[in-house]
Every structure is written in structure tokens, then in C-alpha cells.
Ligand binder design. Structure first.
Ligand code: SF4
Ligand code: ZN
Ligand code: ZN
Length: 172
């Protein structure tokens, strides 16, 4: 049991504070450790000379279970560097309120690609549409004659925006 949780970068037979308390770190039966086990495991890690290296090792390897370097799985996930350039990396930055140019550019590229695909679908399905018109504006493209015609017709059939206001103020 203990061999499985002592970091692999340590020489065989190394004794760390956890070496005979494996059950506190990854319990053989329970799927989630108790609060008391977690607190005790963290207290042992606090005395360990390789605490920082142990935590780094587990974070890099993406260890999912147990306490490593005094950190729970959730604490390790929070410290893990986002996978920059991917959508999950972008979401991690947003959650942490961080800015990352690589992730933002990659996210914008994906968004643009999705919008272009939607615009192609709008044109193929409807010829022109309001949604197509909005997509053309969002993409910074010149609006096409078919989408403009649909928009023109839509707004021509809407009540005049100032009508309500004029009517209510006239009644008052
Ligand atoms: S930091 Fe904790 S889990 Fe890592 S080797 Fe030390 S006592 Fe064991
Ligand atoms: Zn990033
Ligand atoms: Zn169009």
C-alpha cells in the first residue's frame, strides 16, 4: 500500500512521515477519506521535508486520489496550470479571473469558426435571415443582400418604436 503512495522519484526504502500510515492517504475501502483522516494526513505532510516536491509531483502527474504534499485532490486541481490553448484552459482562466493571451486568442478563433459555420448554415437553409444578419455583424463581415432584405422586411412590420411613448404621453 505505502509503496503505491510514496512518490516514485524517491529512492526505494525512503522513509517519509506517511510511510506506515498509507490508510490515511488513500484508504483501501472507503472511496472518500474522512475529515479526521485528511487532517491527520495533512499534519504528517506538514512535517515532511519533501512536502513541496511531493505536491509538485502529484500535480504534474494529475494524481486523482489521496493527499499528496498536504494537498487534497481539489486543492491540487486548483493549483494545476491550465492547459493553455484549449477550451478547458480558457475556462480555468475565467474561473480564476486570470488573463491569458494564448487562451483568449485560441478561444476567439474557435468562436469565429463556430459563427462562420452557423452563418453558412443560415445561408444554406434560409437564404437570408435575421440570425445571419447578426452573425455577419458579429464577424465584422459586410452584410449580404438576402439577410438585409429579411431584416428590412422584419422591421417594416414592427410597430414604430416611439408609438407607445407618444400615445401614453398624449393620454396623460
Ligand atoms: S509530503 Fe506527505 S504524502 Fe508526500 S511523502 Fe511527505 S508525508 Fe508522504
Ligand atoms: Zn492559458
Ligand atoms: Zn447573409
Amino acid at each position: 500500500m505505502i509503496d503505491a503512495i510514496v512518490p516514485a522519484f524517491l529512492p526505494a526504502g525512503t522513509r517519509t512521515p506517511c510511510h506506515d500510515r498509507g490508510e490515511l492517504f488513500i484508504h483501501p475501502i472507503r472511496s472518500a477519506p474522512t475529515k479526521a483522516d485528511t487532517a491527520e494526513a495533512k499534519a504528517l505532510c506538514a512535517q515532511c521535508p519533501i512536502k513541496a516536491a511531493c505536491a509538485d509531483h502529484a500535480i504534474q502527474r494529475g494524481e486523482r486520489d489521496g493527499i499528496w504534499g498536504g494537498l487534497t485532490p481539489a486543492e491540487r486541481r486548483a493549483r494545476r496550470r491550465p492547459d493553455c490553448g484549449t477550451e478547458s484552459g480558457w475556462r480555468s482562466h475565467v474561473q480564476r479571473d486570470e488573463s491569458c493571451l494564448t487562451c483568449r486568442e485560441a478561444h476567439d478563433d474557435r468562436l469565429r469558426e463556430q459563427r462562420l459555420k452557423r452563418l453558412t448554415r443560415e445561408h444554406a437553409t434560409h437564404g437570408g435571415s435575421l440570425a445571419g444578419y447578426r452573425l455577419e455583424l458579429l464577424l465584422g463581415l459586410p452584410t449580404c443582400v438576402r439577410c438585409r432584405a429579411v431584416r428590412h422586411e422584419y422591421y417594416a412590420n414592427q410597430p414604430h418604436p416611439g408609438k407607445w411613448y407618444r400615445r401614453s404621453s398624449a393620454a396623460a
